[in-house]
Write a protein that binds this ligand. Structure first.
Ligand code: 5HY
Length: 262
């Protein structure tokens, strides 16, 4: 099977690191192709970044459909564009936050999320609520290290993550940790060794979830909310994002002419 792992930010070294971690857990016969959009933010650390990363992400999903991918991982902890991606894809689409939270929820009565910037903590709380994970999520913490500093040589990120995790275990009533950034995927084993509790990395959790669903021959329900978007012609810079119908045609309804009286 072929899984497309999409890092919605444009930083290739992060994409390569995620792809490498994903391949360490992928089953024999599962091909992982890790990509980033060519347009958009180099890191996603705000609602604005997330909004502007989504078009490039969706372009990669649409391309993946043409390329025949069996499933997709959205490798950013905000799970940007997840439901829109499910409208475009036939196979399963899993976000790393959703995967990590669900995995942690069956490993411990409660987990804490440790993410990068404090300003993105509310995003994680919103996702826990959306995914029905509020009863398991004990807290969302941040180390206030920028996403692109996580893997810098000599970065204090690993130590900061371990220290924040220790506070989570001591103060939050959490018995497991969810790493709240795709950029932490390479640090997961080191953090888990330091803590001796389950530390869940969403990148690898999402890969195995997609792999399991494809192996079960389960795909996205293409009716209701996740049916393909209605065909229509988009204007301006987004014209090439125009949704097409099954025949591949962008239909434009006839212009509504104003009623004339008298
Ligand atoms: C991520 N940003 O996983 C998120 C982390 C965050 O560029 N990749 C990013 O803080 O939401």
């Amino acid at each position: 099977m072929r899984i497309k792992l999409i890092n919605p930010n444009t930083t290739q070294r992060m994409t390569a690191a995620m792809g490498q971690c994903a391949r360490t857990v992928a089953a024999a016969g599962t091909e992982i192709v890790a990509v980033s959009p060519t347009m958009g933010p180099p890191s996603i650390e705000s609602y604005y970044d997330e909004a502007l990363a989504t078009p490039g992400l969706l372009a990669e999903v649409e391309a993946g459909e043409r390329e025949g991918f069996d499933g997709y991982v959205i490798a950013c902890f905000g799970d940007p564009g997840l439901y829109a991606a499910r409208e475009l894809a036939r196979g399963p689409v899993v976000g790393i936050a959703e995967a990590a939270m669900h995995a942690a929820s069956v490993l411990a009565p409660g987990f804490s999320v440790v993410t990068t910037l404090s300003r993105t903590k509310a995003m994680a709380w919103h996702l826990a609520e959306r995914y029905g994970m509020s009863r398991f999520c004990r807290n969302v913490r941040a180390i206030d290290v920028a996403v692109l500093e996580l893997d810098e040589p000599g970065s204090a990120a690993r130590r900061a993550i371990v220290d924040e995790c220790r506070r989570a275990l001591d103060e939050d009533g959490a018995d497991a940790i969810v790493l709240g950034c795709a950029g932490m995927t390479s640090l997961c084993a080191q953090v888990e060794d330091a803590l001796s509790v389950p530390v869940v990395d969403g990148v690898t959790a999402a890969v195995k979830w997609v792999e399991a669903l494809v192996a079960l021959r389960l795909a996205t329900a293409k009716r209701g909310d996740f049916a393909r978007p209605l065909a229509k012609r988009y204007d301006g810079e987004f014209a090439h994002f125009s949704p097409t119908n099954a025949a591949g045609v962008t239909e434009t309804p006839p212009p509504v002419r104003p009623l004339r009286y008298g």
